[in-house]
Structures are given as C-alpha cells and as structure tokens.
Design a binder for this molecule. Structure first.
Ligand SMILES: C[S@@+](CC[C@H](N)C(=O)[O-])C[C@H]1O[C@@H](n2cnc3c(N)ncnc32)[C@H](O)[C@@H]1O
Length: 455
C-alpha cells in the first residue's frame, strides 16, 4: 500500500492518486499489508449491515404542558436510538481489529498505559513545546493513539455524526485533513450505516503517513467490500487542498500548531486566512465540519474560526441556531461552547485501558462547528432557527422555588439563562421558549451577564 506524496511547492496540476478505487478487503495491491489482511479477517465478525438514516431525534415527551414551557425541537445527543446499539457493539469488537492490524509484543503491551498517559499529557497541553511535528510516525505513540484516542474519538465522533444533517450525495468528494488513523472515515462508517452503500470519495491527508496506513488497514477490516474510495495523500495542510469538496472534515487538528492557526495572517490572525482557504475549497453546497476536544482552548479556537468564517461569507449551521456573534467566543465570556456526553457505548476493554493509564473517563466532551459556504441555502436548518441550543446542564437557582431550574442556552438573544420548570434537558437540546413567558426581560444573570428568560 502506498501513499501519494506531495512536495512543496504545490504542484500546478493535482497529483496522480497512487491509490484509487473502493477499498478492497483482502489481499492484492489495495489492502497491501499483512496487517491489513489480518485486520480484515478480524473485521468479518464485527461488520453490521446498513440501517435507516439516523436523525437528531425529537423529545419523547409531549411538547407543551402547564409548567413545561420550553418546547423541545431537537435532541442532538440522544442516549437511546441510533447510533446505539450498533456503535457500542462494533466498538467492543474493535479490540480484535486493533490486535490484528497493530499487534503489540508483550514488552510493548507492558508500556502501553504509560505511553497513553504521556501522549495524553502532550496532546492536551498547548502546543509549542513537547510533541514533535510528526509524532504519529513514532511507533510507540501511534500504538498508544490507536488503542486509546482513536476508539474514544470513534465513540465521541460517532455520536456527533449520527446527529448532524450530513447527506453527501452519491459521488461526493470528502477531504479529511489531518486524518491520522482515518478516525473520521471510520466514525462515519460506524455511525452512518445509511451511507455505507453510497459511492463516496475520500481524500485523507496528513503530514505523517504512518497513521493513515494503519487507519486504512483498520477501515478495510471494519468495512470489508465497500463502494467508499479512499485515497491517502502525504501532504501538509493547506497544500493537500484541491477541491472543490462536498465536505471538509478537520477533526482534532486545529489545536495542532502546524495548521498555522496561531501564526497570524493578513487581518490579525491566521484564522482569517484559514477561513477563506476553507470556504474557497468547498463545493457550492459543501459543508465544513470542525471537531475538537471540549476544552476551553479548543472551544475558543472554534469560536474564533466561526467568526472568521462568517466574516468571509460562510454560515454556521450547527450547533449555532443563529448567525450572530458567538457569545461564548467573547474574550470576557465565562464559559466556552462545548457539550458533555455520557460514556454510554464505551467498550469494557477501553474503560480498562483508560483506568490502567490513570485516565478514567466519566464523560466525553467535544466542541464542534458545522458550517457552509455563502451559497448554502439552509442556514441553519429551519427547525432550529430561532431556538436556543442548551449549552449547560440544568442547575438549581438559589432563592427560587425548587420547581424552577436554570440552564444556559445560546440563541436569538445571545447567551441566555433559561428559567423554567422544565426538567431533563441535556446539553445539545434545541428548545423554543413558549409564548407567554416573560421573554428576555431586563434581568441579567449575575454570574455571566446573560439575559434571563423567565418562563
Ligand atoms: C491529534 S491527531 C488527529 C488525527 C485524527 N483526525 C483524529 O481525530 O484522530 C492530529 C493529526 O494532524 C496531523 N497534522 C498536524 N498538522 C498538520 C498539517 N499541517 N497538515 C497535515 N496534517 C497535520 C498530525 O500528523 C496528526 O495525524
């Protein structure tokens, strides 16, 4: 298996793909390595058939009743229904794919937990020191990445991809920039069985090809015979851009210093250049998906990128329900835009490794942005336009009757403290305040300065 390599300066013509055509599961030039063959065998057991298109689900409860004045519109992260239970089952079986594609000698297995811990420390602190640029070319780091970060990301990203209104058409061209072990492609496969029969073309690009090769072996094992065509390109962003793309995915990469976000640009920040470059690479109906861990630093960077995208003519489709400035992106904002999900669906083997590494997880946290170019019609979907996206858990309000609870929502009045008797809202829900509440009055939440909407 080979990887197309791109050298600087950017070639005038798009480089010839070395590897084209649908991924074939067994042997031959396509899957190439022994690792791929073994992983393919292991994958036989874990494949699931195609199913219905997952949708962001509406609340199960009746929409409106006395004392329940936040009308439910959409639940982004349901705990039941698609992508469960398949996602959980396939992740449980994923250990077999890993063992076949990336076998560990006993002495390396003994060092795995420590390698996971060290890599976690390096990945979560601000870059600039620590990680070498092509850290995934290091065998021990790559082994730690695919056994810990990759499966957690498959679960986190799978939950998100199952919820988002992504509908790449037949023949769509999708770029996964900073692809690593093809996390995005694998998560899309796991979370969107309705897309498995569609002829999709993926260009996966990374400055470190070793991770992509291993990811391809894992994907081949997972997917078997598939109409998805995967092309690996060894190139740095933005040289890997050719476009136009129907979808560009940037997953866990904008906190990588190498993307140049922090280097500055023509209008006071590299984000402006990045935003323009990305929008210029999208097809007219194309989509851009940026996903990062839900840390303050990453949430702030996504808000910054959103601002730059909107200034460049782009549109924010999710999680935003409006096109105004991000209230959580202001320098004085107390919080940042992120969502905490339960770890439901995490396989036992992953929980055990996490505990062994001293990194047990109680929740999954992510920040994300789904955006479109200026020509996109939907902005955001008509169902969520004008609603508030819940961005916190419910919390009791001191001095209030116990029936009242608060939660922060982001919507037409900016950041709002939504006070109502509603219970059971979770981060990611989109809600519409019912008529008859006091609306956005003069009261402000003393903690954040958010407008207070009483219902
Ligand atoms: C944290 S990993 C994420 C990999 C994958 N997207 C995932 O979510 O698991 C970041 C990846 O971005 C790649 N990367 C960083 N800067 C890059 C650049 N300028 N161009 C291409 N790839 C880059 C790294 O080599 C690494 O594989």
């Amino acid at each position: 298996m080979s990887v197309e390599r791109k050298k600087s300066p950017r070639p005038a013509k798009p480089a010839k793909p070395v590897r084209t055509g649908p991924v074939k599961p067994r042997g031959g030039e396509r899957s190439g390595s022994e690792a791929a063959r073994q992983a393919n065998q292991a994958g036989q057991a874990s494949r699931a058939g195609a199913g219905p298109a997952p949708q962001a689900s509406a609340y199960p409860a009746a929409p409106e009743s006395p004392g329940r004045r936040l009308i439910p519109v959409e639940r982004l992260f349901p705990e039941t229904g698609p992508p469960f239970p398949q996602l959980a089952e396939e992740l449980q079986a994923y250990a077999g794919l890993l063992a076949a594609a990336c076998p560990l000698k006993p002495k390396h297995r003994a060092l795995l937990a420590r390698a996971v811990r060290d890599l976690s420390r390096d990945l979560t602190r601000d870059r600039g020191s620590g990680l070498a640029p092509n850290y995934l070319s290091d065998k021990a780091k790559l082994a730690a990445y695919v056994r810990y970060f990759l499966p957690w990301n498959l679960l986190r990203l799978g939950r998100l991809l199952a919820a988002l209104p992504l509908d790449p058409p037949e023949g769509a061209h999708i770029l996964d920039a900073g692809a690593g072990p093809l996390t995005f492609v694998q998560a899309l496969w796991l979370a969107r069985p309705d897309l498995r029969g569609r002829a999709l073309r993926f260009t996966c690009a990374d400055s470190a090809p070793a991770g992509m090769r291993l990811g391809l072996a894992l994907f081949s094992a997972l997917a078997g015979q598939t109409p998805w065509e995967i092309r690996l390109v060894h190139a740095s962003f933005p040289r890997c851009l050719e476009g136009p793309y129907d979808l560009i995915a940037l997953v866990n990469v904008i906190n990588e210093q190498m993307l140049g976000l922090e280097r500055g640009g023509s209008r006071g920040g590299g984000r402006d250049d990045l935003a323009e470059t990305l929008l210029a690479s999208l097809a007219p109906a194309g989509r851009l998906l940026v996903v990062e861990p839900g840390t303050r630093m990453c949430g702030r960077r996504i808000s910054g990128l959103r601002r730059a995208l909107l200034e460049a003519g782009g549109r924010a489709l999710a999680p935003c329900t409006h096109q105004d400035a991000c209230p959580l992106g202001r320098p004085d904002a107390k919080g940042w835009c992120h969502f905490n999900l339960s770890v439901r669906g995490a396989p036992a083997w992953l929980a055990a490794l996490s505990a062994e590494a001293g990194l047990p997880k109680k929740s999954l946290s992510l920040s994300f942005l789904l955006a479109a170019g200026p020509d996109a019609q939907a902005s955001p979907g008509p169902s969520v336009a004008g609603t508030y996206r819940v961005v916190s858990e419910d919390f009791p309000l001191p001095g209030r009757a116990q029936a009242s609870a608060g939660r922060y929502g982001c919507g037409p009045a900016g950041l709002a403290l939504l006070v109502s008797r509603e219970r059971g809202l979770v981060p990611g829900d989109a809600v519409r305040p019912a008529e008859g509440g006091s609306g956005a009055g003069p009261s402000k939440d003393p903690k954040t300065g958010a407008v207070q909407i009483e219902l």
